[in-house]
Design a protein around this ligand. Structure first.
Ligand code: AHM
Ligand code: MG
Length: 336
């Protein structure tokens, strides 16, 4: 009986990834170990986020992060947990975290072949009011394990082997791509396992939602302003798009993947590079978007073609349904 099979044949994230990796038998075990350590970090952060109000983990830790913003205790905690989990996996050689100014080079004795770039807890301005936040990560492979340099992470996004995010929302959802489509897993708290709940996510070809911080509108460039105007006052007789903006990238991208539409964090006069960071925000989300059939564009080029020169570099980014991004690209092309 199909319904029974559903309940008793549980596709855990580990089982799913092992199945996917049969194409790369040489890396199967190593990648699975790395992923299980990332999953452990996500479970820990999930529990901490859920307990935050109760455990009085909220509030300033008295430290500032690299960008000079106030850092919340949960950010510090999440970062420590991820760094330690990744190092102890024995599979990593370089780590780049939003919370650490310098890249972390793993002790040679514990070194493996993967580089992990991550934002341990993104959207932290949303912590205090209980809105969804998330972890974002991307994985590269080092060229030569014996000669590890910063250039191993300063690679274009299309070289990523895998990328994903975990959203700490009404449920805990991990969305992952290892380069052959996108799959979503939901944490079953009673089992402590992520179970495949959203197989083969494909973003709708065109969406009805746009997602942007309109408070920055006065400083936008021409094409962004024109695009948003067209969302509200379409010229072709279509209905206007709805606006949804959570201000938490993981939640805004998760909705965009499932419902379609477009997410914009454009350049503006005050921040010509936008706000979001190339390595651990823009690249992983762009990787997922393309794997789901959507597009990711910087205003100048395909986002995954960027080659960062600095680990904390920022870039404007437009992500979403194929047709919606196509429309925006046409406006930028007309500008040139
Ligand atoms: P953070 O890394 O300091 O949390 O900032 C990143 C967040 C993203 O989650 C979100 O998309 C964006 O900042 C929202 O920025 P804004 O408040 O400018 O709209
Ligand atoms: Mg962030």
């Amino acid at each position: 009986h199909a319904a029974d099979a559903h309940r008793t044949d549980l596709m855990t994230i580990t089982r799913h990834v092992l199945n996917e990796q049969t194409k790369h038998p040489e890396s199967r075990g190593d990648f699975t170990i790395l992923l299980s350590h990332i999953v452990l970090g996500c479970k820990f952060v999930c529990t901490s986020v859920n307990k935050a109000g109760l455990a009085k983990l909220l509030g300033l830790a008295g430290e500032k992060n690299v960008q000079g913003e106030d850092q919340k205790k949960l950010d510090v905690l999440s970062n420590e947990v991820f760094v330690k989990a990744l190092i102890s996996s024995g599979q990593t050689c370089i780590l780049v975290s939003e919370e650490d100014e310098e890249a972390i080079f793993v002790d040679p004795a514990l070194r493996g072949k993967y580089c992990v770039v991550f934002d341990p807890l993104d959207g932290s301005s949303n912590i205090d009011c209980g809105v969804s936040i998330g972890t974002i990560f991307g994985i590269y492979m080092v060229k030569d394990k014996n000669e590890v340099t910063i250039n191993d992470v300063l690679q274009s996004g299309k070289n990523m082997l895998a990328a994903g995010y975990c959203m700490y929302g009404s449920s805990c959802t991990l969305v992952l791509s290892t380069g052959s489509g996108v799959n979503g897993f939901t944490l079953d708290p009673s089992l402590g396992e992520f179970i495949l709940t959203h197989p083969n996510i494909k973003i709708p070809k065109k969406g009805k939602i746009y997602s942007v911080n309109e408070g920055n509108a006065k400083n936008w460039d021409g094409p962004t302003a024109k695009f948003v105007e067209k969302c509200k006052f379409p010229e072709d007789g279509c209905s206007p798009k709805s606006l949804r903006y959570i201000g938490s990238m993981v939640a805004d991208i998760h909705r965009t993947l499932l419902y379609g539409g477009i997410f914009l964090y454009p350049a503006d006069k005050k921040s010509p590079d936008g706000k979001l960071r190339v390595l651990y925000e823009v690249f992983p989300m762009s990787f997922l978007m393309e794997q789901a059939g959507g597009q990711a564009f910087t205003g100048k080029q395909r986002a995954l073609d960027l080659v960062p020169t600095n680990i904390h570099q920022r870039s404007p980014i437009f992500l979403g349904s194929y047709d919606d991004v196509e429309e925006l690209k046409a406006l930028y092309a007309a500008e040139e």
